[in-house]
Design a protein around this ligand. Structure first.
Ligand code: AMP
Length: 361
């Protein structure tokens, strides 16, 4: 018999202890769930709002065994959880949501692009790269400049470099540490957008209004949502999201980053099989935010409404910007979310602010 829907009082396991885990735990608590966090990081910011923390490496058999004892279902808050962790949990009879397929695909940029195109979610042209010679051959097809990214473990613009020309190929391969990589044609985009969507255990799919995103140095700076987009563009994004979620037999919230081209076509940049920074605006802008939505999906509850209630400008607080907290706390339109992290290293995501204004009619 299915254990779903999980009743309040059940326990949700989360692999990862960062701010996404923290906000998941807060949402879970509101629905009457306890959260148990597994993280190798001492003093993780999610641990301080969770019922219990297991301090262990993600693939530590003992840690996973303890997690399996406490948790009724396990989810993750970042996509570089080793596949061995999810397999280990499955062997112990614990389900993870999203499942291992979504995790595996999001961990490898080449597999991800192959999957997306096969799903009917278009991307830029690309080539798999294992040597400087591969780059030279791919440049002939993709044109220069092209963006070289490591296949695995890149995030927030890390492990990426532009290849300016054929003459730059060998040096570019050195710059990313000669790791297996992908070379991507340059997307000539007019805007970066994202769609946060969710799929429930019953196959129901919802998508939030699009967010317009601004990055600096590869890191998200601001999201403005709902973005000013045509109904046709929204429909295009919803179709893309539905195709991806259905093909992955997905359960939970997914973040899909999009490029909007001049002609109005959307290309998928990447998918994140988890709650997403560009969805933080939903915390104050929507009836049910992305964190509650994810917990609902994972627990087998019906999905909640994604209706926007306000326009939100979400701004990340990076590094020492958190020191402006007294001023931010005084701002009437600003809803502050501070992650309770320790030292503000440069570029570290320390919190975010949602500034609200009424929706246009
Ligand atoms: P990513 O780590 O893949 O999300 O890339 C970080 C940022 O680099 C994106 O938000 C874009 O601004 C830019 N970018 C990524 N891929 C491309 C591409 N193929 N063409 C142009 N810009 C890109």
């Amino acid at each position: 018999m299915s254990i779903f829907p999980l009743p309040p009082g059940s326990t949700i396991g989360v692999l990862g202890g960062g701010q996404l885990g923290r906000m998941l735990a807060m949402a879970a608590a509101r629905l009457g769930f306890d959260t148990v966090i597994l993280t190798p990081e001492a003093g993780a910011c999610a641990s301080r709002v969770a019922a219990r923390t297991i301090a262990a490496a993600y693939d530590d058999p003992e840690g996973l065994d303890t997690l399996a004892q406490f948790a009724d279902v396990v989810t993750f808050e970042f996509e570089n959880v080793p596949a061995a962790a999810v397999e280990g949990l499955a062997a112990l009879g614990v389900e993870t949501a999203p499942g291992p397929l979504a995790l595996a695909i999001a961990q490898d940029r080449v597999d991800e692009k192959i999957f997306l195109n096969a799903s009917g979610a278009p991307t830029v042209d690309f080539a798999a790269i294992d040597s400087a010679e591969d780059i030279l051959a791919a440049l002939d097809r993709l044109g220069a400049p092209a963006l070289l990214k490591t296949r695995r473990e890149g995030y927030d613009g890390k492990g990426q470099t532009w290849v300016e020309s054929h003459a730059d190929a060998a040096a570019a391969f050195e710059r990313i540490g000669r790791a297996p990589a992908i070379l991507e044609a340059r997307a000539d985009f007019v805007r970066e957008l994202s769609v946060i969507a969710a799929r429930g255990r019953d196959g129901d799919i919802v998508a939030y209004p699009l967010g317009e995103n601004h990055h600096e140095g590869g890191v998200l700076r601001r999201t403005s949502a709902p973005a000013e987009v045509s109904a046709a563009l929204t429909a295009q994004a919803q179709t893309i999201a539905a195709r991806i979620l259905t093909k992955l037999d997905y359960v939970g919230v997914i973040g899909i980053e999009l490029f909007e081209l001049k002609d109005g076509q959307l290309l998928v940049n990447e998918i994140a099989p988890r709650v997403h920074n560009t969805g933080h605006w939903t915390l104050d802008g929507c009836e049910v935010d992305q964190f509650e939505q994810h917990i609902r999906a994972v627990a087998g509850w019906p999905l909640g409404p994604v209706t926007p209630l306000a326009h939100v400008e979400m701004e990340n607080l990076l590094g020492s910007e958190i020191e402006a907290w007294p001023t931010l706390a005084r701002e009437a339109q600003a809803r502050v979310w501070f992650y309770g992290k320790g030292r503000p290293r440069p570029g570290r995501k320390m919190g975010h602010v949602n500034r609200l204004r009424p929706l246009k009619d």
